[in-house]
Write a protein of this length. Structure first.
Length: 178
């Protein structure tokens, strides 16, 4: 019994269960599917481009998200002609569905509606980046995008995510026994 308790405690120290809500990460990560997030993944090294992570939105920490890291600190990003370029090279994105066109988005923020419920609302402010505009990811910040670019509300509209706001790296899918 004691060893099972130790294993259970270690398991919950290392992993956090999450359930994807919405279609922003499809086709790679599906709505209402359970995943375990490795909370210790970035203890010895920083997050890297391509990692799928969970985080709280820097703009409104009451809300959490799951996205793929597209830009790391000091990266130079451009969205042009439906493609993402990082540091002068077009990003190869095998995780998005074929034919998907990446576009810039209107600036948004997460507004509280009531307890624990938020709504994405466009605001009258300049875009994070315009078509063909190069931006540099600030120090200690990350640029996130969902794999389902048409449905994802991400750094294109909400801005960068601070390193301190990243919970961990999505490790693997699991199914509940009931």
């Amino acid at each position: 019994m004691g060893i099972l308790l130790v294993i259970a405690v270690l398991f919950f120290v290392i992993f956090k269960p999450v359930t994807v809500g919405g279609s922003a990460m499809e086709p790679s990560y599906k709505n209402d599917v359970n995943y375990l997030v490795n909370k210790l993944a970035f203890i010895g090294s920083p997050p890297v481009r391509g990692d799928v992570v969970t985080f709280q939105y820097t703009q409104n920490p009451k809300y959490a998200g799951i996205s793929r890291i597209i830009g790391v600190p000091e990266d130079k990003l451009i969205i042009q002609n439906g493609k993402v370029s990082v540091n002068g090279a077009v990003l190869e994105e095998s995780y998005i569905a074929s034919g998907v066109i990446t576009q810039t988005s209107a600036r948004s923020e997460i507004k509280d509606i009531n307890d624990g419920t938020g709504m994405i609302e466009d605001i009258n402010a300049p875009k994070i980046l315009d078509e063909g505009q190069e931006i540099t990811v600030p120090e200690n910040s990350y640029f996130m995008m969902g794999d389902n670019r048409e449905e994802s509300v991400d750094s294109r509209s909400l801005g960068f995510v601070d390193r301190k706001d990243i919970f961990g790296k999505v490790a693997f899918q699991y199914k509940l026994p009931f």
